[in-house]
Write a new protein. Structure first.
Length: 307
């Protein structure tokens, strides 16, 4: 949808062009002068003469060309009546490229759902063991997920590794389906203004020490107290995280944004805001289920747990 002034300009400009074409057609068809007609000497001449006797006559366009011109104008008028082209006027057919795209996507999705209807009642683990289903799921992953998680699903900084046993939101079948279908939004609040520079250093030191990292003992001790006041609500008193909130386990050596002191300090100071987009509306039930089964197939511990 464009602005009303722009829409009016387009309509007026288009109308002027059509009228100009009609006028040009009328003007060029007014007079037909034959070059061999000596009785009409001087009529229909432009006044241009070359080599003394080669004159330019103002003859109208050939009738076959004129006919094509008329057909073109009529086609244009008909097109602008049925299809969008005159500003915000949608045309009597109300066709749009977005609507045509949605229709094609709906048809493709219905065909896909029908072709894989026999798989819809199977569990994720059963689908993960089906080679044909996983071949399709791998293509879906490459098209929809590899851009963030990588073609090998091992992720990158800021994007989770899907092949290990560390799950921010849980790795059981239902949680996988929810994550892919509905998406996830994980927020780590910025604590820099709350803790101050010294407090951030202390908490970062304590967090690094939880996974075996080295930090000054006095900072670690002070950071443990601050952690107990500000961080246990999400990460738990044992710092092992909470899948219901997407809060990571801080005691293992798996880090989404880096586990060195500088990275941990930056996370505490500035916070993090990560979002996994929802794919339900984009892909539909069957494709979401196939993707969840594929992710499950990449992870041996989750496969055994599903069993």
């Amino acid at each position: 949808m464009i602005s009303q002034p722009a829409s009016v300009f387009i309509v007026v400009f288009t109308a002027i062009n059509i009228v100009a074409c009609l006028w040009l057609m009328w003007w060029t068809a007014r007079t037909r002068v034959a070059a061999s007609d000596s009785s009409n000497e001087g009529a229909g001449k432009t006044g241009h003469v070359w080599d003394g006797d080669l004159e330019e006559l103002n003859n109208p366009l050939p009738r076959w060309w004129l006919g094509l011109f008329i057909i073109t104008i009529l086609f244009g008028a008909g097109y602008l009546t049925f299809y969008p082209g005159l500003g915000n006027f949608a045309g009597t057919s109300e066709w749009s490229s977005a609507g045509a795209y949605e229709e094609q996507i709906a048809t493709q999705r219905a065909t896909f759902e029908s072709r894989l209807a026999s798989l819809q009642d199977r569990s994720l683990r059963e689908l993960a063991g089906n080679s044909n289903a996983m071949a399709t799921a791998k293509n879906l992953f490459s098209a929809n997920c590899a851009g963030c998680h990588g073609s090998d699903a091992r992720g990158a900084k800021g994007f989770p590794n899907l092949t290990d046993s560390d799950w921010l939101w849980g790795g059981d079948e239902q949680r996988l389906l929810e994550t892919i279908a509905q998406g996830r939004h994980g927020i780590m609040p910025a604590l820099g203004s709350v803790l101050g520079e010294t407090g951030v250093n202390e908490v970062a030191s304590y967090v690094v020490s939880l996974s075996g990292g080295k930090a000054p003992a006095d900072w670690v001790q002070a950071g443990e107290k601050r952690f107990a006041m500000l961080c246990v609500a999400c990460h738990g008193p044992d710092a092992k995280g909470n899948p219901l909130l997407g809060a990571p386990n801080l005691t293992d050596n798996v880090w989404l944004h880096g586990g060195d002191f500088a990275s941990v300090r930056a996370t505490i100071t500035n916070g993090r805001d990560n979002q996994m987009p929802a794919h339900q509306d984009l892909l539909g039930d069957t494709k979401v289920k196939l993707l969840a089964a594929y992710v499950l197939s990449l992870n041996e511990p989750a496969m055994h747990a599903a069993n």
